[in-house]
Write a protein that binds this ligand. Structure first.
Ligand SMILES: NC(=O)c1ccc[n+]([C@@H]2O[C@H](COP(=O)([O-])OP(=O)(O)OC[C@H]3O[C@@H](n4cnc5c(N)ncnc54)[C@H](O)[C@@H]3O)[C@@H](O)[C@H]2O)c1
Length: 318
């Protein structure tokens, strides 16, 4: 991989991926494509590659790159605010970005790994397996299903083209603070605790999520490219953990002893459990997540990014 492009490379997962690729492939030339709508340049501290600041859903790819194509592309650019209800914007920007990229790459069938989402499964509780019916519950999830549909259509037309989709689950880790509300539960609860406040979670805290550390997500994303395989795989930890356990884990790394403050869930239906079945990912991509929730939170804290930019705590209750 001499020339690698990464869309969405100034975002949370994208910047972690870019910095890993720079380390793992020091000879490669990297190009990030991002319009900063939810990304942030400080995420790319230490990055030595090129940057194209453009909205990829409106970019004229031929005019911009004039036939220049990479050896591999990681496509992570997406609107990531799942609460944005505007169906046209979610679907236009997320789907047309991918369609234009596919159109531009078609002549050389450049291998692609793209980010899909566990949101495609919808709100049904339980273990999410590849092959389960998809039931997007919001416009964001709908747009991700469209990405998968586009990739499937291309696979039928161009069977030799390597296109791998990964359904990321609940990712947390360094370089996510810029996301604001859509940042992970780890980020938000740690923020409350660092202010000396009890972490607020929905009653009774036993809801479970497949929390997955961003370093594992990056490893799975790179493994999907190296595998040269085509298809869709889950990218989670495979270990659902409760909101109460998240608070305990944060207490462990922050040196606090906060009890959660429970409040009633305002939603008529709230997904009680998400869990990635990781068997196909392990079998086909030859990789398994390494980080437990506790190990991930420890690494996150030690990176400095969990506390970076936070107001200084006045009191830290023990
Ligand atoms: N973080 C998670 O838990 C999670 C879960 C499931 C799927 N994903 C997917 O992973 C990918 C990365 O998400 P993230 O958490 O890093 O979010 P993020 O918001 O930090 O990153 C998305 C990046 O894409 C850029 N972008 C968006 N639309 C663009 C466009 N049209 N043109 C150019 N750049 C554009 C943004 O500026 C941002 O830098 C996304 O595709 C997201 O849907 C993330």
């Amino acid at each position: 991989m001499k020339h690698i492009w990464i869309t969405g490379g100034s975002g949370f997962i994208g910047s972690n991926l870019v910095l890993r690729l720079q380390e793992e492939f020091p000879e490669a030339s990297l190009t990030v494509l991002d319009d900063f709508r939810s990304g942030s340049f400080p995420n790319l501290e230490g990055y030595r590659g090129d940057f194209v600041a453009a909205d990829i859903s409106r970019l004229d790819w031929d005019a911009e790159f004039r036939g220049r194509r990479p050896d591999a592309i990681f496509h992570l650019a997406s609107i990531t605010d799942t609460t944005l209800q505007d169906q046209k914007i979610q679907t236009h920007d997320n789907v047309e970005g991918f369609r234009r990229l596919l159109d531009y790459l078609r002549p050389e069938k450049t291998p692609i790994v793209y980010a899909s989402s566990a949101a495609t499964y919808g709100i049904r509780a339980g273990v999410n397996r590849i092959g389960d019916p998809l039931a997007p519950a919001n416009a964001y999830a709908f747009s991700k299903v469209q990405l998968e549909n586009l990739a499937r259509k291309i696979r039928e037309e161009e069977p030799s083209w390597k296109i791998a989709g990964l359904r990321y689950f609940n990712v947390y880790g360094p370089r996510e603070g810029h996301k604001g509300v859509p940042a992970s539960m780890a980020w938000h609860l740690a923020g409350q605790m660092l202010l000396g406040k009890r972490p607020r979670i929905f009653k009774n805290g036993e809801q479970k999520r497949d929390f997955v550390y961003v370093k594992d997500i990056v490893s799975m994303t790179v493994a999907a490219m190296k595998s040269g395989k085509t298809g869709v795989w889950n990218a989670g930890s495979g270990q659902p953990r409760s909101f109460n356990e998240m608070v305990e884990g944060l207490n462990g790394v922050l040196g606090t002893k906060f009890k959660p403050e429970y409040f009633p869930c305002p939603y008529p239906f709230y997904q009680p459990h998400t869990e990635a079945d990781m068997s196909a990912t392990q079998r086909d991509l030859g990789i398994r997540p390494k980080y437990s929730l506790e190990d991930g939170l420890r690494d996150y804290f030690e990176s400095g990014w969990l506390t970076r930019g936070r107001p200084k705590a006045k009191t830290r209750k023990k």
